[in-house]
Design a protein around this ligand. Sequence first.
Ligand code: BV8
Ligand code: ZN
Length: 244
Amino acid sequence: MNAFEQAREWIHAAGKVAVLTGAGISAESGIPTFRGPGGLWRERRPEDLATPQAFARDPDLVWQWYDWRRSVVASAEPNAGHRALAEFEQRKNVALTLVTQNVDGLHRRAGSHSILEIHGSIWTLRCTACGREWRDESVPLALPPLCICNAGLGSGQVRPGVVWFGEGLPADVWPSAENAAKTCDVFLVVGTSAVVYPAAGLIPIAKHAGARVVEVNVEATPMSARVDGVLQGRSAEILPELLR
Ligand code: BV8
Ligand code: ZN
């Protein structure tokens, strides 16, 4: 049996499957990844754009970058990889939890429901003055975004509802992600470089708890040597076959 057939067998015998996705699953929708060829961090420094310090220093710059990313995502469509996961969730005999590091919302647009967005969403805005959080899907945004408490013009600010480097993960979501990793039979890791923590830490958590861990990626990652199966290739091609 090859690695693909073995992984299919594990998945089809599983009662609980958890999936961790990263930017690679949206690559075939035309959304740039962070660290790959053409990746966002090849030409920009995360310290300048995706930290609370960067936002405090230059909120206009940070907002322009997020507004640009919102426009890229708005004109993109979910791909066959997103759809395969959404269809798999509909199966009666298996419970699927989808943990995503992606902020693009494409899993939801593909029809998935059980999604844990551990790094937040670019479609959510949060007021740093009053704490209010809301969805805004307008593209482009009127910058700077304002809150009904009037923040944005003076004291407080409205920020993207994403998790920046140095920030904790959402307390209402992260424990569920850890729990999914700890209790699944199969943990599928798709399109992530597995270098950003604590997200990447879900992989050894699942492994130690006894799950079969299967990685789908076009290239090797620091986790490849520690998983039970490596399926090398594009997620939009592999997932529909794997989950069929
Ligand atoms: C925190 C924001 C503490 C939203 C992002 C341990 C060691 C060293 C450092 C740390 C550590 N633990 C924590 C840290 C610090 C830091 C961190 O991990 N740094 C690393 C990079 C060294 N972590 C944090 O700061 C985290 N917070 O630790 O808080 C704390 C606790 C309590 C109280 C206060 C503080 C927060 C991390 C969140 C960062 N936010 N984004 C946004 O604007 O998007 S991170 C960024 O990376 C992305 O958003 C994404 O979510 C994340 C992961 O990237 P990937 O999705 O994996 O994408 P990448 O481009 O890297 O890889 C793409 C992959 O796809 C590649 O492997 C490629 O081969 C593959 N691929 C490409 N095409 C395809 C494909 N695969 C399949 N098919 C294809 N077609
Ligand atoms: Zn407010």
